[in-house]
Design a protein around this ligand. Structure first.
Ligand SMILES: Cc1ncc(COP(=O)(O)O)c(C=O)c1O
Length: 397
């Protein structure tokens, strides 16, 4: 007799056999530069805690105070009885930081990306999307009835071809991650904006891996690329540099945000962000705005790590973003990267290996993520652990 249990057991085994099983390590500490897991103490080089705000004392204090003042839950969507002054202030603070007219909060950036396209782009419109965009953009775009076009990652010739193909559409939007999270590469926003202007298209950037720390003032890839006033819509997360709890947003023209409040399904049919999270995120943004020292520390740590690893003969993808992929190319690369990551944990350094299908075949890597919370000694320890693990696994110095 058919049972779903047997059927799924077979599927689960296939995932294990293919080496694609994602096991979860339980942390027994807060999310910090130094963490403990049930098995080890380690320096953490795989969180999105770029500015070290996930466990910042002021963020914790703001969240605890909010728990007392505003309670634990909202038990409502925003438009029924789920909007507190905190939510309005958080939206205003994001608009002000990112220099946009208005902002709408979602429970996550996954929801923001899931809720934005269907409302703004329908039949007769065109959405042109980078091939390496985040899964949530891909899913959100699928929900829209607009025609869909895809261009090869950051390939401006291909983007032009797709813009040509989309001509005649009522509204056209180019959609890109600000930073591609497996490579740490920034999208070429200046060229994207040039093409958008030439073809009368809008630009939407998901800046989840940039907001708070990329750009001199931490305003993300539009700032870093000098196109703050040429990007139409920005989506982003509160779940990485900006406190790392949860929540996402769309920020842009007031009319866009007003329409999203009326029609965007993940906003209309999902609970309001919890007060504790709203208050902690507000504080995190306040800190991030003034975090020139934190951004400088992050840049220092990143360039020191890149220099020391290059000196030690590792193969890194080029760049300046704190996402630093250490490459293990070739047929055996996936196994090598996984084993090296395991051995590094024994040396007190927590990193994660990524292989196909998360990254292209033959391009396995360990993705190191630096944080402003790392000390210089933490970074040196990480490099030493890489060298020791390479020698143990590959027998090379
Ligand atoms: C580019 C990008 N967009 C969206 C998300 C989803 O963000 P959230 O965790 O807020 O749902 C992520 C997180 O992995 C991301 O990297």
């Amino acid at each position: 007799m058919y049972t779903i249990k047997d059927d799924l057991t077979a599927t689960l085994q296939e995932i294990r056999d293919a080496g694609l099983w994602k096991a979860e390590r339980e942390l027994t500490s807060p999310q910090q530069a130094h963490i403990t897991t049930t098995k080890a103490q380690a320096i953490n080089f795989c969180a999105n805690n770029y500015l070290g705000l996930a466990d910042h004392p002021d963020v914790r204090d703001a969240a605890s105070a909010a728990l007392q003042e505003w309670g634990f839950g909202m038990a409502s969507v925003r438009f029924i009885c789920g909007t507190q002054e905190l939510h309005t202030r958080l939206e205003a603070s994001i608009s002000d930081f990112l220099q946009r007219e208005e902002t709408i909060l979602y429970s996550s950036c996954f929801d923001a990306n899931g809720g934005v396209f269907e409302v703004l782009f329908g039949e007769g419109d065109a959405i042109i999307s980078d091939a390496l965009n985040h899964a949530s953009l891909i899913d959100g775009i699928r929900l829209s009835k607009a025609s869909r076009y895809r261009y090869a990652n950051a390939d401006m010739d291909d983007l032009r071809l797709q813009l040509e193909a989309a001509q005649g559409a009522r509204r056209t939007v180019i959609v890109t991650d600000g930073v591609f999270s497996m490579d740490g590469y920034l999208a070429p926003l200046e060229q994207i904006c040039d093409l958008a202007e030439e073809y009368g298209a809008m630009v939407l950037v998901d800046d989840s891996h940039a907001v708070g720390f990329v750009g001199d003032g931490g305003r993300g890839t539009p700032e870093a690329c000098g196109v703050m006033d040429r990007v139409d819509l920005i989506t982003g997360t509160l779940g990485k540099a900006l406190g790392g709890a949860s929540g996402g947003y769309v920020t842009g023209p007031a009319e866009v945000v007003a329409l999203l409040r009326q029609r965007s399904r993940p906003y209309l049919f999902s609970n309001a962000v919890a007060p504790v999270v709203a208050a902690g995120s507000l504080k995190a943004i306040e800190i991030a705005r003034d975090a020139d020292d934190g951004r400088a520390a992050l840049r220092r740590n990143t360039s020191m790590f890149r220099e020391l690893m290059t000196e030690a003969g590792f193969d890194l993808l080029p760049g300046t973003h704190p996402i630093t992929p250490v490459m293990f190319p070739g047929e055996d690369g996936a196994r090598q990267a996984a084993q090296i990551a395991d051995v590094m944990l024994e040396h007190g350094v927590y990193v994660i290996a990524f292989s196909y299908p998360v990254v292209p075949q033959g391009q396995a890597r360990i993705r190191v993520q630096l944080s402003a919370a790392h000390s210089e000694e933490d970074v040196r320890t990480c490099v030493r652990a890489f060298i020791a693990a390479r020698s143990e696994v590959l027998g090379t110095d």
